[in-house]
Design a binder for this molecule. Structure first.
Ligand code: HEM
Length: 542
């Protein structure tokens, strides 16, 4: 790989990006969700750097010349890394339009600064599977993504407890021990197969209904919004043991409001991270961000309160406490109601935009690659009888189905950026020594498009993940669910939902692109979403 910068580049070279280079650098939007550490507002510096305005300090990381530099015999430190100033970052975001394309900025910066650099937010960004692995292998007992104070602020204002995203240290660990049960192990998630299959049935019925309403009889517009409803219905049926009715002909008003509230919160997160506190009352972003949280929590609270009432009645009448996730939390654990609000709301929130957008990208990719879709159909057709729904055991044994989802997540990692704060130890990464309390940003979009790890990284090739004797890519090349004990708690449920619905869609319909739509590009709204509504043809397989 070649990098565009060398030691001699100066300020002018920072501003020479052409319009077609929509590809750029580092952290931010995800910072709002997974790590607000990156902007340290309290005067605490995570790295001992002196960031001069629009000045690039580049002392050799990642370039061939670095290997021969006079510094090579000394241990290299954070000061030896290339660094991007905060002003440059703002320039890229505001004036070059990378605000909503931060995933592309990752690739641009990787080309420009190499595999590891300071990223303008006092964090060290890494861009290759190998560097990511070095950090993850050093992950701590209570891994930390960074300061979540911007998420905590709302919870503190309203008296809600912290959930798995916001809690830290030993308290986080204890919470995860509780939450992991009945969710994380494949055996646990398998028990939700029946519930999810019912939701999938409603989803396919809704597809039939929407097709009927279309002029050609087989067109569905705004597929992403339909999948938001599918994901919300799916996760709510697991958490609350309640059907919301999001897939009915008439969608309950509250559910669309909830989906919109998530979008509002995520869309304004970036501004909350970068803007100074004094601007909160002057500009609309803070009001919108808080309104987003209000919508999210109030929706979840109504559902939780209803469930608490039902459980109380069961207790009062000595009925059995059989039930699914929320019943388990409320009746078998020591969690306070305040903490249940915090955790369940965070699970609900995490369960909507992630699976839905991944499915949107998957359907889009399949519509563009009919041979791959055909191969998937062949695999799905091996299951009989055709009028039965597959169980979780069946779908988790389908290698191509799993490879299709894995490849879609590689190309469009719905969470394109993640972070860790290594609090308690010095570590060496890429030959650089870092002191304790160093914040690292993982540019997952750049990593999962690493050309040394993935041949033709921008091409959809599910077969690269098959275990058929071929050499498989470095697993750290694509870790869409994160890694280790702090990895995604909903991973198994998410995978099961995606396998079951994709199986049944492909069995029923051939997915064809809408030729008038053109290419779909992604924008980064904390999660990667399409830049315009996706329209697809769902043609009967007959
Ligand atoms: C395609 C689907 C999904 C993807 C790609 C995804 C991805 C991720 C990632 C990257 C993380 C950060 C992990 C780390 O830092 O190592 C995460 C955390 C988390 N996810 Fe997911 N997720 C998905 C679906 C879900 C679902 C369905 C749920 C809820 C049931 C969920 C709940 C959570 C929670 C609660 C955390 C925070 C865990 C913690 O900090 O302890 N996710 N997810």
């Amino acid at each position: 790989m070649k990098y565009m910068l060398n030691k001699n580049h100066n300020q002018a070279s920072l501003l020479d990006v052409t319009g077609e280079q929509w590809i750029c650098c580092s952290t931010l939007v995800m910072a709002a969700w997974l790590s607000q550490t990156l902007v340290q507002r309290n005067g605490i510096r995570l790295l001992p750097c002196t960031v001069a305005a629009a000045r690039l300090c580049y002392r050799g990381a990642g370039s061939a010349s670095s290997a021969h530099s006079a510094l090579q015999d000394k241990p290299r430190t954070v000061e030896d890394l290339p660094h991007i100033s905060f002003l440059e970052l703002i320039y890229r975001m505001v004036f070059q339009g990378f605000y909503s394309r931060l995933h592309e900025l990752q690739i641009y910066n990787k080309k420009r600064y190499g595999p590891i650099y300071r990223d303008g937010l006092k964090s060290v960004s890494v861009n290759t599977p190998k560097l990511l692995e070095e950090i993850m292998r050093n992950d701590e007992k209570f891994p930390c993504r960074g300061d979540m104070s911007l998420w905590k602020e709302y919870r503190d204002m309203r008296g809600f407890g912290y959930g798995p995203f916001t809690e830290e240290g030993k308290r986080w660990y204890n919470l995860r021990v509780v939450l992991n049960k009945r969710m994380l192990h494949p055996r646990d998630s398998a028990q939700y197969g029946g519930v999810i299959n019912d939701v999938v049935t409603d989803f396919t019925n809704r597809i039939y209904y929407l097709r009927q309403c279309s002029p050609t009889g087989d067109l569905v517009t705004n597929v992403a919004n339909e999948l938001y409803h599918f994901s919300l219905e799916g996760i709510a049926s697991i958490l609350f043991e309640t059907r919301l009715g999001c897939l009915e002909k008439e969608i309950p008003a509250g559910t669309q409001d909830f989906i919109n509230a998530i979008a509002e919160m995520f869309s304004n997160s970036m501004a909350v991270v970068v803007m100074p506190k004094w601007s909160r009352n002057l500009l609309p972003y803070w009001r919108r961000y808080i309104a987003g949280w209000e919508g999210i929590f109030s929706f979840a609270k109504v559902l939780i309160d209803k469930k608490i009432e039902v459980i109380q009645q069961r207790v009062d009448t000595n009925q059995s406490m059989e039930g699914e996730y929320l019943t388990y939390l409320l009746s078998n654990t020591q969690m306070s109601t305040k903490d249940v609000y915090g955790s369940i709301t965070e699970l609900l929130l995490a369960g909507v935009d992630t699976t839905s957008n991944t499915l949107t990208w998957t359907l889009y990719l399949l519509s563009k690659h009919p041979q791959i879709q055909h191969r998937l159909y062949e695999e799905v057709s091996t299951f009989s009888p055709t009028d039965q729904n597959p169980s979780s055991e069946v779908v988790t044994r389908m290698p191509y189905l799993k490879a299709v989802i894995k490849e879609a997540l590689r190309m469009y990692p719905v969470v394109p950026l993640n972070a860790r704060l290594i609090s308690e130890k010095n570590i060496t990464v890429g030959g650089y020594q870092f002191p304790e309390k160093t914040a690292f940003t993982f540019n997952h979009y750049a990593i999962s498009h690493d050309e040394d790890t993935f041949s033709e990284p921008f091409t959809f090739k599910p077969e690269r993940w098959l275990r058929d004797g071929r050499e498989r890519p470095n697993p750290f090349g694509s870790i869409p669910f994160g890694y280790g004990v702090r990895g995604c708690v909903g991973r198994r449920i998410a995978e099961l939902e995606m396998y079951l619905v994709l199986f049944r869609i492909i069995r029923l319909f051939e997915i064809k692109p809408d030729p008038t739509l053109g290419e779909l590009r992604c924008i980064n709204r904390t999660v990667l979403i399409p830049d315009k509504p996706l329209t697809l043809y769902f043609v009967d397989r007959g």
